[in-house]
Ligand binder design. Structure first.
Ligand SMILES: Nc1ncnc2c1ncn2[C@@H]1O[C@H](COP(=O)(O)OP(=O)(O)OP(=O)(O)O)[C@@H](O)[C@H]1O
Ligand SMILES: [Mg+2]
Length: 316
């Protein structure tokens, strides 16, 4: 069931008398319990989208529905239902300690310390902040501030979490922990999460679906497995003995896509994109007819990062 949606969401900024269309009529729906990645290059409009959804800023146009309520007209409903961690390090109060921040964010949501005490202890443990309970946020490292910001969002215990670059500034181990924590939140508590990230590993691991935006517009909104299937072009490299002549090169270029040649002293590598792996036999036939000696065949599978780059560069 749908819990968060926007329709023709648009945000224009005015900057030095010039108008910037940061988000350009985007529409999507997110179901309860879904974990969705928001991807796009720098300046694509990810942060602006997230700020509109949590109603930190007013959209210029469009509709945002959260749990059946129109939050463009009734922003307070978004504050109740959504917790957000925005990019940068200003998500927590700098002159308050770790524990004071956690108590404050729980309090803002109407929870007494008694009600959330165990949960605060659990989060402090999970994020490894035990030594820093009484340290003011401004004296925490960048990564620790980020951990505290995520902990403060989680303590609010809302159904929806919006996370803008949650693993930025975290070390490898902590990135791994945050990944697991997010996955666990979904299965244990059925939270709905929209997270932006430039870390493809995190998105591929944590999200089932991705929305890719570029220049404020959606260029893809699909399950990751489907996107990968759609782009499942198998690239093969055939290593053959010696150099190959112009005639063979032309035959390959005419018959196949993505053909590249590279010649070493004693062998040539022919790289081709084959939509269907049965097409390997066509390549082998050509090599046989032309009396080329095949040394090896290598299959290079596309990864999610390659696919993402193709999408934002409009290659498909
Ligand atoms: N307060 C602002 N005033 C004017 N223009 C802005 C403002 N905030 C963002 N923009 C512009 O809006 C566009 C989208 O910015 P946004 O921060 O949403 O991108 P992003 O996808 O989050 O990028 P990044 O990956 O770098 O975080 C950019 O062109 C940016 O320069
Ligand atoms: Mg951003």
């Amino acid at each position: 069931m749908q819990i968060l949606s926007c329709e023709h969401l648009t945000k224009m900024y005015k900057h030095r008398k010039q108008e910037v269309r940061a988000v350009d009529s985007i529409s999507f729906e997110i179901n309860r319990g879904e974990i969705v990645g928001l991807l796009g290059p720098n300046g694509a409009g990810k942060t602006t989208t997230i700020k509109c959804l949590c109603r930190l800023i007013n959209p210029t146009a469009g509709k945002i529905m959260i749990d059946g309520k129109d939050v463009v007209r009734y922003p307070h409903f978004a504050f109740e239902k959504v917790a957000a961690v925005l990019e940068g390090n200003r998500n927590v109060y700098w002159r308050m300690s770790t524990i004071e921040n956690l108590k404050l964010f729980a309090g803002l949501q109407g929870y007494s310390y008694k009600q959330v005490r165990n949960r605060i202890d659990e989060l402090i443990g999970v994020f490894g902040l035990n030594d820093k309970i009484n340290t003011e946020a401004r004296f925490l490292s960048r990564g620790m501030q980020q951990k505290l910001a995520i902990a403060c969002a989680l303590i609010k215990n809302t159904d929806i979490l919006l996370l803008d670059e949650p693993t930025l500034g975290l070390d490898v181990e902590m990135t791994h922990e945050v990944r697991n924590l997010l996955k666990q939140k979904i299965s244990d508590e059925g939270k709905t999460i929209l997270l932006s990230s430039h870390n493809m590993g995190v998105v591929e691991d944590v999200c089932q679906r991705v929305i890719i935006i570029n220049h404020g517009k959606i260029v893809a909104d699909e399950e990751i497995t489907k996107i990968k299937e759609f782009f499942q072009v198998n690239t093969y490299t055939f290593e053959v003995e010696g150099e190959i002549n112009q005639g063979i090169k032309e035959e390959f270029t005419q018959k196949f896509l993505g053909v590249k040649f590279s010649t070493d002293k004693t062998e040539t590598h022919i790289t081709v994109d084959l939509k269907d792996s049965m097409k390997i036999y066509e390549v082998l036939d050509i090599l046989k007819q032309r009396n080329m000696k095949l040394l090896s065949i290598q299959n290079i599978e596309p990864d999610f990062e390659d696919i993402y780059l193709k999408l934002v560069r409009h290659e498909k």
